[in-house]
Design a protein around this ligand. Structure first.
Ligand SMILES: [Zn+2]
Length: 416
């Protein structure tokens, strides 16, 4: 068991986050129908996960290493060791989420894995067009892989498989080398569009209005179902949620693919804002209308970010995040605070420029990318955002440090 554990932790240690060859991971998914044997295995796995979760809560453990060492031998010895490790790893994820949720809300209910799902990194094998999973020693279950899956997987390392009663996801990886960016593209994510501006002043806009409309249509449809039984309500809303996702997802994939392709062709890095706490802005009781809150909360900025990030990683395109503060307010030409004009336009009282809101924000983000990147030319970036107040502030801080330094040394010398 220790050997297997060292493989888990060794794998992590071998690919540190900023090392030159980056490990990029993608997942391919296909449908399948689970046999009775597989269903019983999934159920066994779920029970193991719940056992580990209960043990982790009882003993207050949240790290994978501690949970592995302490709960491994408690799990029923009839199951294969491969699945035991997978269950412990799944339980660690659940425990981590539980801890996070509990910090926000102390009355969070104790987690319990209800859905049938199995994840494993070990024991499986792909034989021609079949996925082989061990059930007992020298007894296997086979799942047929379709042509698309085989085509995608060919030539890549397979990392893990995840099975549910109706779907099979296989994650595969490759080592990519981070391309050193020759410039940056800033991405401004808005509800109705995605604006991309590069450091060589080319601006492109991708329309997302269709996605917003689809979401509003489904919201309208969903709001007209009046069911008293919560189980039926859940089923109906689940179905329409799936339909909505199936229509919106391709639109987002299209935009993210085009953004990453363009960045890759021009050897540019991608810059995005660090958007956090967005949902908190549109909560009940904030004095906004119900429809406005619904519209803003349907904005899938996180999904776009996730897609851009994994696709960029796969192609070796660097992605960096910059603080979102003032990106839409400051003038992208001189750095002065702008005023609102008509038709989503901004007017700069300092240099007189009139520009599009989203374009301005995207330019600011690209400029910040240049400034915050480890090898960007600092002087050039400083021209973009001149803030004299900040400069004096830094001086003051440094001055304080300078005046303090002699006193500490004198104290030290007195002690010796
Ligand atoms: Zn200006």
């Amino acid at each position: 068991m220790f050997a297997i554990l060292s493989v888990i932790f060794g794998k992590r240690a071998r690919f540190p986050r900023l090392a030159c060859p980056v490990l990029a991971v993608k997942t391919v998914r296909q449908k399948h129908q689970a046999s009775n044997e597989l269903l019983s295995l999934l159920d066994k796995f779920r029970r193991m996960v719940n056992e580990c979760v209960a043990f982790g809560i009882e003993e207050n453990i949240s790290s994978l290493m501690t949970l592995s060492l302490r709960s491994y031998n408690r799990l029923s010895p009839s199951t294969l060791s491969y699945y035991r490790l997978g269950a412990i790893s799944s339980a660690t994820g659940i425990l981590r989420n539980y801890r996070k949720a509990k910090r926000k809300n102390p009355r969070t209910s104790v987690p319990y894995a209800g859905k049938l799902m199995l994840t494993t990194c070990y024991g499986f094998k792909i034989q021609s067009d079949l996925l082989r999973l061990p059930l007992n020693p020298r007894q296997y279950i086979y799942v047929k892989l379709n042509n698309h899956t085989l085509q995608v997987l060919s030539g890549h390392d397979v990392r893990s498989v995840t099975l549910t009663p109706h779907s099979l996801s296989i994650s595969y990886s490759k080592e990519t080398v981070d391309i050193k960016p020759e410039g940056y593209v800033g991405i401004d994510r808005n509800l109705d569009n995605v604006t991309v501006a590069s450091t060589d002043q080319i601006v492109r806009r991708f329309d997302m209005l269709k996605a917003t409309r689809i979401k509003s249509d489904y919201r309208f449809v969903n709001s007209h179902f009046k069911r008293n039984d919560s189980r039926i309500r859940k089923r109906v809303h689940g179905k329409y949620g799936r339909k909505q996702r199936n229509r919106v997802q391709p639109l987002i994939h299209n935009v993210s693919r085009r953004v990453v392709d363009e960045a890759k062709n021009r050897r540019y890095g991608i810059v995005m804002e660090r958007l956090t706490g967005m949902r908190r802005l549109y909560r009940k009781g904030n004095g906004q209308s119900r429809s406005y809150r619904a519209r803003m909360n349907s904005w899938s900025y996180g999904e776009l970010q996730r897609q851009i990030e994994y696709k960029a990683r796969w192609e070796g395109v660097r992605v960096i995040y910059v603080p979102a503060r003032n990106t839409s307010k400051r003038c992208s030409v001189c750095g002065y605070k702008t005023l609102e004009s008509t038709h989503r336009r901004l007017w700069c009282p300092h240099c007189g420029a009139i520009m599009d809101r989203d374009e301005n924000a995207a330019r600011n983000i690209a400029a910040r990318g240049l400034r915050f990147s480890p090898n960007g030319p600092l002087g050039e970036a400083m021209v973009e955002e001149r803030e004299p107040e900040n400069a004096t502030l830094i001086l003051k801080v440094d001055g304080g440090k300078l005046s303090q330094r002699p006193t500490t040394t004198t104290i030290r010398s007195m002690k010796t």
